[in-house]
Design a protein around this ligand. Structure first.
Ligand SMILES: [Zn+2]
Ligand SMILES: [Zn+2]
Length: 353
């Protein structure tokens, strides 16, 4: 009798559903149906991210509630649509959260992260199953070997963004650089910049993050709350106090953007990587930009080429990802995870459904 009832019912899964800012509920919802070009993945590990924190507090302009929360994950394919050729059930996979259209002006120009119809639609990692849209299956779904853990693979999306950031930052062998912000993005930047041969100074407010940065190879880790003038302090670690070759902002606050610009030497590169609140502004000293010939860059999102590079780095065990995971919780404890995320406790939290 019970069996018959179950057969008639839709198969259900647990998921963390976002209803409104500061309202995420753990619910039983239907496992998504897939269309011929889609893939269904059983989530084995998901990670929290700064974007999730922002979304929790203010909502997300691309997603209309209710939607399943979270976007960094890796898992096993359980079902593929009948038009999917390169994937089959049982494969360990990770997906980026978007895919470009490949036909707009920007895509044709090789600037895929600026795609006019960038498909940033993949949300739903904090659940037992996630459906991967066809356009992502075709371009940004990757199968990884058993030597890589699900948690490591789940770093694909943030690492792809960081690869993009490093590519535009003009980091050369022997450079001294500063990274303002030692959160997950800052600590990934630190490791990739070191692979590029840079000496890295890092700044943050949180001691736990700074000590991890030192463990991961930072030359100096400065607690902003313990110095009078952070700009002068950073410059004091460069030859003749001239400033760093490259300065990266990985916080997303206008006041930190301004300080980051002030830390670079003449002719240096500034990468204002952290996204600030919409509508905020900074002020710039025009003569500084002109006479000091600063290169000021922005870098948003990633392209499939950068996703592939991030994937290769993960598969080659090129950087320490495990150290960036501070704790691990089952999906049932999502409210505990959110609390920790809001209080900036730890670096990344793994959710194991
Ligand atoms: Zn993310
Ligand atoms: Zn496009």
């Amino acid at each position: 009798m019970e069996n018959r009832i179950n057969k008639n019912r839709k198969r259900m899964m647990k998921a963390a559903v976002f209803y409104a800012p500061q309202e995420v509920r753990l619910e039983e919802i239907e496992i998504p149906d897939i269309s011929p070009e889609e893939v269904l993945v059983k989530v084995r590990a998901a990670l929290t991210c700064g974007t999730d924190r922002k979304t929790y507090l203010r909502g997300h302009h691309l997603f209309k509630p209710p939607f399943v929360f979270g976007h960094e994950f890796a898992g096993d394919i359980v079902k593929v649509g009948n038009e999917v050729k390169d994937f089959k059930p049982g494969m360990r996979v990770v997906a980026a959260n978007s895919a470009p259209c490949n036909s707009c002006f920007y895509c044709k120009n090789g600037e895929h992260s600026l795609c006019d119809s960038l498909f940033i639609q993949l949300s739903g990692a904090f659940a037992e199953y996630i459906k991967i849209p066809g356009i992502i299956v075709a371009q940004n779904l990757l199968s990884f070997p058993e030597t890589v853990s699900y948690k490591q693979a789940a770093f694909l999306e943030p690492l792809s963004c960081v690869i993009h950031g490093v590519e535009v930052s003009n980091i050369n062998l022997g450079d001294t650089i500063v990274i303002n912000g030692a959160g997950p993005i800052g600590l990934l930047f630190l490791q990739v910049a070191k692979l590029r041969g840079a000496k890295v100074i890092i700044t943050d407010l949180v001691e736990e993050r700074l000590s991890l940065a030192l463990k991961l190879g930072a030359y100096r880790a400065i607690n902003v709350t313990q110095v009078d003038d952070i700009v002068r302090e950073v410059k004091s670690f460069t030859e003749d106090n001239r400033g760093v070759d490259v300065a990266i902002e990985a916080v997303g606050l206008p006041e930190v953007w301004e300080k980051t610009i002030a830390m670079v030497r003449k002719g240096g590169t500034v990468n204002l990587f952290g996204g600030c609140k919409i509508g905020t502004k900074i002020s710039l000293d025009t003569s500084l930009i002109h006479y000091s010939q600063l290169n000021i860059k922005g870098a948003f999102h990633h392209s499939p080429g950068q996703v592939k590079k991030a994937f290769n780095l993960i598969c080659n065990q090129g950087i320490d990802l495990d150290s960036l995971i501070s704790s691990e919780f089952p999906l049932e404890e999502i409210s505990m995870v959110i609390d920790r995320m809001l209080n900036n406790q730890g670096i990344k939290i793994a959710i194991i459904p």
